[in-house]
Design a protein around this ligand. Sequence first.
Ligand code: SF4
Ligand code: SF4
Ligand code: SF4
Length: 349
Amino acid sequence: MLQLCRDCILNENWEVVEPHILAVHKQVRNLVDLPSKPPKADDMDAKLRCNLCINECVLSKNDLSYCGLRNIPKSQSGELPLPSRSRGYIHGYLDRIPTNCCNAWFCNAEYDTYSYAAFLYGCSYNCLSCQNSSHKLFSKKHLFDAEFLAKQIVKNKKITCLCYFGGTPEVQLPFSINLAGLIIEKIEKQDKKRKFRICWEFNGSGRQDLVEKCMRLAIKTGGNIKFDLKTFNEKLNIALCGVSNSKTLENFKYLAEIFFNTRGKYMPEMSACTLMVPGYTNHKEVELIARFISEINPEIPYSLLVFHGDYKMKDLPITPKKQATKCLEIAKKYLKNVHLGNKFLLGFS
Ligand code: SF4
Ligand code: SF4
Ligand code: SF4
C-alpha cells in the first residue's frame, strides 16, 4: 500500500517522501469521507476549536474533524457539538474474563466475571493496518447517555471491570472520564466492597491533563492503562499512522515517571505494546522503543503483538517467526517483563 520501505521512509529526503505518504493517507481517508488532514481554519472562519488530541482541529462551518466525530451543527441553535461529556458514541458488550484485552496477561481480575468492553468510535490516527477499522463506520454509531449507561452497567453485579478501547478513547475522553466517574460514584453509594476496575487502551495522543485523569481513575479502581507505542521514529509513525507520535511518547513518559510502581509490584499501573508490522516495525524499531521504556523504568510491562494483514495492509504477511523471535530477544535485553501477544498466529499456544 505504502510502496515505500522502512529504509526509504527513514533515510531518503523527507521533502520527497512525506508528500507521497500524505497522498496515500489522503486516498485511504477519502474512501470513508474523512478529511485528509486535521482542519485548521483561520481565526476569521473558526467556529470550533478542539484540543482533545494531538490534531488540535480548528473547524470552520463546513469542516469535519480529523477523527470524524465533530462538525458544526447545521442549525446553529446553540446546541453543543457532539459527542460531549454526557453523551458519547459507544458500542458496549460483555466479555467473559479472562478476556483478550491487552493487559489481561498480567491483570488479576476475577475469572468468570465480566468485563464491559466499551468500544468508542473515532480515532486520532489513521493506521493503514488498523485492526479495529469499524470505528470509522459512523453510520452505525449511536449516541448513548452516560448516566443511563452507568446505571445499566452498575446494575449487573457480574461486571467487575470496564475496558475502554476503539478507535481510540482520546477523541471522546470527556465522555469516557465522566462515565467512569459516574460508575464509581454509584458503586461507592451502593456497595463499598464491590470491586470495579476501569482500564483504558489507547494510542496515547490525548491532551495531557485528561490522560492523567484516566490514569488516576485507573489507579484508584485497581485498573490500568495500555499505550500503543506503534513506533519510536516519528517519520515511521507518520508513514504507518498518518500522524506524529510525539504526544504519545511525551504522555507515556510523563505518566510512567509519576505513576508507575506507586501501588506495589504486582499491579502494574500501565503497560506498552507494539504491533510487529513486517518490514516496518522490525527489531531495530523494537530496540528503540524498549530502550525508551527502560530508561523510564525497566519493570514496565511490554507486549509485542504478532501482526496479521488488516484494513489497507492486507497484502502484508503475518509477522515472520524469525522477526518475532528477534524482537522478543532484543526487548528482553532492556525490559524485565516482556510478553508475546497473538501467539496463535505463529502456531504457538
Ligand atoms: S481489569 Fe482491565 S486488564 Fe483486567 S480484564 Fe478487566 S479490562 Fe482487562
Ligand atoms: S490507533 Fe488503533 S484504532 Fe486508531 S487507526 Fe490506529 S490501529 Fe486503528
Ligand atoms: S479529538 Fe477529534 S476533533 Fe478533537 S482534536 Fe482530535 S481529531 Fe480533532
